[in-house]
Design a protein around this ligand. Sequence first.
Ligand code: HEC
Ligand code: HEC
Length: 361
Amino acid sequence: MFFDQSLSGSGRMSCATCHDPAHAHAPPNKLAVQLGGARLATAGVRAVPSLRYQEYTPPYEDMLDNPDGISTPGPGGGHTQDGRAATLAEQARIPLLAKHEMANNSVADVVRKLRASAYAEQFRQAFGPEVFKNDQKAFRHALDALQAYQLEDSSFHPYSSKYDLYSSNKIGGELTAAEMRGFAVYSDANKGNCFACHYNGAGLNGSVKLFTDFTYAAIGAPRNKDIPANAKAGYFDLGICDRPDHPRPASSQYCGMFKTPTLRNVATRSAFFHNGALKSLKDVIRFYNTRDTHPERWYPTVKGVVQKYNDLPARYRANLDKQMPLDGRKRGSEPPMTEQEMQDLEAFLNTLTDNDLVVKK
Ligand code: HEC
Ligand code: HEC
């Protein structure tokens, strides 16, 4: 099912179209948002995340215990970048029916396609001979099957990176001097401080080395004019404050917060942050380092004024996270990392690429 293009309104789109296993189950192209719908011409509004290492993600809660066991509870968990799907099965419903993605007309439409598929007989064997008699039940089984595939197939969680070899003391895991220095920058609360959110320790739920703590934070990614929805000046993607359980103004403190993604396989991506605003890992590291000291590098200048945080309305900017390296330091002051430290950090992040995706030199 994951690879079946007939399960779409266009007949030309499967889950794998946007979540390609050869690209860490993320898109094979550089687009900030993908094109879907009945004619593959309707743009989405968010960049496509990797589907690898989702298996430990707990359901969303406003006060989720932090996996590190120390940090105070806060918004965390859930699938999609605003956590609105509690499980991978619930999540799969969204793209199958979304007008800008697989664009099936209805649940019945999906089930009709399943019944006509090459694997219909296997579906009956797995879920009973009567499975296609009830559309809602058959659809539910389809979602469960997609979830089982993502949970059970090791391609979604191979733990085969150089870092995995390193952290389990295996041959081939010897980090270079630059990678070691980069790991130190990653883990230094006064430099990169990346581990504070992209947590790489053991988690409360039995997970380990996921490079995310499942939390949400507002970090002020620049607005991306390549997203057609952003042509409307009044349109803002506000992350978890747009959730149905977060009515405004009561829930305004959540506006601008998006899920902290895993950094595993991050070096294989070509669109970064929820809106795909940045195009290279090099740039992302530089954004963290100089968002506050040199905002003119990241945001447009209008009539001599830098439009800092231009993808978050001014009334929500108190929600911006203040942790290092985004500590709000003065414009023109010294950034937290040196050029060498940023290069080392990038070298370290490259060790998080799974073995099947490493470009052999
Ligand atoms: C047109 C491109 C497209 C297709 C096709 C697509 N997805 Fe996605 N997928 C996305 C985008 C975009 C997001 C992020 C959505 C958001 O944050 O609101 C996403 C998010 C997800 C997530 C959540 C990941 C996370 O980090 O929380 C899962 C799981 C997922 N998709 C599974 C699937 C499955 C299963 C299918 C097939 C039934 C599928 N997707 C088809 C674009 C696509
Ligand atoms: C305060 C928590 C926090 C800290 C500290 C932090 N990050 Fe992030 N990171 C996030 C969140 C939240 C996002 C998603 C933001 C969005 O989509 O708008 C993110 C996104 C990213 C992405 C984009 C990944 C993708 O799939 O698009 C990269 C790369 C990244 N961070 C690297 C780093 C590095 C390197 C550091 C250390 C220099 C760091 N982060 C420090 C919270 C944090």
